[in-house]
Design a protein around this ligand. Structure first.
Ligand code: FAD
Length: 470
């Protein structure tokens, strides 16, 4: 655990919070999305929260942590939903939200502090240059850009730009190492892979440079269908329209839109599956033509809604990605979800096949994306949860049918999104965090190099008593 008293002396003058209740609050994220993670991680808490005001204070903290051997778990807004930001070994929770300034906007790019909230960042780039970031999670209004790069994978905008780790979606990340004399490194090109989606296990990101595209006043549209299959086909066809600019394209299977989208409920019949679209204003005419050709029924358009109708309605991106699940959890706390890839070119058929196999036990929610240059879809299906054994059986059925599952019920990098060890991230951890103090327990390759990822057994992190994981 290290010498916390000494660390406190070394960082004297920095903002520290040690009230156990407040520290516990800042030691959680949305891990409770998963009944499995909730059981495993509920007790986790750090010892203190440190909130540096600038990069120099981050450097000072990491030097002190190295000297005192105190673990440091970096936190943006704590909206990650796999326990990524939870300090499994206690120690410091490093709150990055003070490093939030936008320091440069150019045609095509922005530079900002890692703690900048993405919505606020866009407000500034829109006002100063008519541009916006190309990709953001559905937690746009609360999450930090550093947390997105370290813990996210893609989201709104992925229909055009693919995933966050695709080349070109991050221009530069400035990273502080955890050594006796921390280094400040500007990572670009291939080096970005060292820290993108590494959960802050091998460096603390203080500043990022990201690409921008033209900003639009996106129009939210809901289109209704009598079957999931018809909705999926429509979305797949729309995703393949080269001339119609959309920023997000989701499909939500009946009865979820009616049951979960409470503020939009008045527009949706319970037996309707819905396609949720964020549409560029200049694409409205083409989109109407496309809908007429497909005989598709537009249920709601934000550009045609009255002020009264718009009151209290969340934006379309907050019906999408993990917000669909969040809305579901508010209505029915017993549900959970999965993350599935329906690979190109069979996505539409696979969606129909899995819906036939699972029926209402696993109602689907799809997000269309560009994946390796092709338009296909991820599933974030709702699971009507019964037992962990059944959840594992559902995962196996997806995988047996050619749909890889990125398990959101695991807190380690490898078992969740990556599905394998990343040797580049591991090697960088050896250099940048030789004492293994950054977010301990999240990179299996570091903690347990012999771990067999194919074994299916749960990873036992030494910081969590085995009883918690049984
Ligand atoms: P945190 O949760 O605080 O941190 C995430 C990870 O990054 C942690 O491991 C943390 O240690 C690390 N970290 C944070 N800041 C830094 C830093 N400066 N340097 C190094 N490491 C750091 N994710 C998506 O990708 N797409 C989505 O569409 C999406 N939708 C979501 C919807 C809901 C309702 C919820 C609950 C989650 C969703 N997420 C999504 C997950 C999460 O909201 C995003 O990834 C978000 O960008 C995380 O940002 P944050 O500031 O909350 O990071």
């Amino acid at each position: 655990m290290g010498d916390i008293a000494k660390l406190r002396r070394l960082i004297d003058g920095m903002r520290i919070e040690d009230n156990p209740q407040l520290v516990k609050q800042k030691s959680r994220d949305f891990y409770w999305y998963s009944p499995v993670l909730k059981r495993q991680l509920d007790h986790v808490t750090g010892d203190l929260v440190v909130s540096p005001k600038d990069e120099a204070e981050v450097v000072r903290l990491l030097a002190a942590a190295h000297e005192c051997e105190v673990p440091v778990t970096t936190r943006g807004a704590g909206t990650g939903n796999y326990g990524q930001a939870m300090p499994l070994s206690g120690g410091v929770v490093l709150n990055m939200t003070e490093l939030k300034g936008v320091t440069g906007v150019k045609p095509g790019s922005v530079t900002a502090g890692a703690g900048a909230i993405m919505f606020e960042l866009d407000e500034e780039t829109r006002a100063t240059s008519g541009q916006e970031i190309r990709l953001h999670p559905s937690t746009y209004r609360t999450a930090t850009i550093g947390g997105f790069i370290a813990g996210g994978s893609g989201g709104v905008g992925s229909i055009n730009w693919g995933g966050l780790r695709d080349l070109g979606n991050i221009i530069r990340a400035r990273v502080v190492t955890c050594e006796a004399s921390p280094r400040v490194l500007d990572l670009t090109g291939d080096d970005l892979g060292k820290v993108a989606h590494a959960y802050g296990t091998n460096g603390v990101i203080t500043e990022v440079e990201l690409p921008l595209s033209a900003a639009y006043a996106w129009i939210d549209v809901l289109v209704g269908f009598d079957s999931l299959e018809a909705a999926t086909r429509f979305a797949d066809d729309l995703g393949h329209q080269d001339g119609i600019l959309v920023k997000n394209l989701a499909v939500v299977s009946a009865p979820l839109p009616h049951d979960y989208f409470l503020r939009h409920q008045k527009f949706i019949r319970r037996d309707q599956s819905v396609v949720v679209v964020m549409l560029a204003p200049h694409a409205v005419g083409a989109f109407e033509t496309f809908c007429a050709r497909k005989r598709a029924a537009i249920l709601f358009r934000s550009d045609k809604a009255t002020a009264e109708e718009l009151k209290g309605l969340p934006p379309a991106y907050e019906l999408s990605w993990n917000h669909t699940t969040l809305r579901g959890l508010r209505v029915d706390p017993t549900i959970t979800y999965l993350q599935v890839l329906y690979p190109y070119p069979n996505a539409v058929d696979l969606v129909a096949k899995m819906a036939r196999i699972f029926g209402d036990e696993v109602p689907d929610h799809l997000e269309f994306v560009r994946f390796n240059g092709n338009v296909t879809c991820f599933g974030l299906p709702i699971v009507r949860f019964t037992t962990e054994e059944r959840l594992e059986a559902i995962i196996k059925t997806f995988e047996d049918n050619g749909c890889p599952v990125f398990n959101p019920h695991r807190y380690t990098l490898e078992e969740g999104g990556m599905k394998q060890s990343d040797p580049v991230q591991l090697a960088f951890k050896g250099e940048a965090d030789p004492k293994g103090l950054l977010n301990p327990g999240k990179m299996i390759a570091w903690e347990d190099p012999d771990f067999d990822l194919g074994s299916g057994k749960l990873y036992l992190f030494p910081g969590i008593p085995a009883a918690e994981q049984a």
